[in-house]
Ligand binder design. Sequence first.
Ligand code: GH3
Ligand code: MG
Ligand code: MG
Ligand code: MG
Ligand code: MG
Length: 321
Amino acid sequence: KDDLPRLEEALHSLIPLGPFRYNISGKALYLEDSLTVAKATDAKLKRLGLSMDHAFSIAQALELLQHNKYELIMTDIVLQDNETGIDFIRQLRSESRFQQTPILAVTSLESVNRRILALQSGANDYISKPVLDEELFARINNLVSANRLVDQLTRERQRLLELATKDHLTGLYNRHFMGEVAKRRFAEARKHQLPLSLLVIDIDHFKQVNDQHGHHIGDKVLKRIAEALRQQFAEHDCIARFGGEEFVVLLHQQDLTMATDKAHQLCQLLEQLQPEGIATSVSIGVTSLSSAREEFFDEVFARADKALYQAKQSGRNQVVT
Ligand code: GH3
Ligand code: MG
Ligand code: MG
Ligand code: MG
Ligand code: MG
């Protein structure tokens, strides 16, 4: 410990270290059984722009983690009461919400094994005691920056996934994604001999809604109907907006009778709904996947669409199977 200032000095003379600016904010958690070390570290992290919470034990650290969001978790390895930072790291990594949190292990210089064990247990990096300030800052900066990049990419990926799979107006799945889901569900239904049904739902005389009330109100009606569909069907049933005022529902593990019942219920519900105070109705074509031979989505859809056409021909606001 007494050598630390001299070590820092030696480091500075070997490699000139200019003032390096880091852009870190937020909070760090430090599990450390020495109050002195914790206090000294707190002062260092403040210079980086990080505030620090200190825990003496794993239980205390986990308690703090329940109520706080940390940019970084630091852990000492040898703790009191036979606890180790290795246990702590393993515990964190076993929980999905801490999969990605940067963990920095603080190990003593001579304990090579513990350092390796810390990395093997899921620590992203380690730093040796006595801790050199500039090294600590650089390691923390790298860890936090990398994690922020991952966060940003995850959010961006999520946004792109939404754009690629969902209909912008209603938030329902789009036609393309329904095709993808159908492929998997069809294969699954065949493999396990399970029923699968399809509804094609088309709003009746929707052009008139636009003509009489304007496109903006038409959009609101579409959103309201989409919401009703979401409420009416189960999580497992894939609901998509297929075209302008046409929706398709893939009914998970439901045979033709069940699907037809659902379609009748939906027909009645939407007739009563009067979205935006406008009387609306739908026509529905229903079909089920054949268990006798392999079928593809396009032909099953075509069959339901044909039934829908008949429903329209027979006066709308009805179900044809
Ligand atoms: P039918 O009972 O035969 O289905 O009559 P319809 O008027 O509903 O059918 P048609 O295919 O003639 O017209 C569909 C209308 O849906 C035309 C179009 O203006 C409207 N539409 C399609 N997409 C949108 C949309 O995103 N927003 C709004 N407001 N209207 C849309
Ligand atoms: Mg210790
Ligand atoms: Mg039409
Ligand atoms: Mg229509
Ligand atoms: Mg239509």
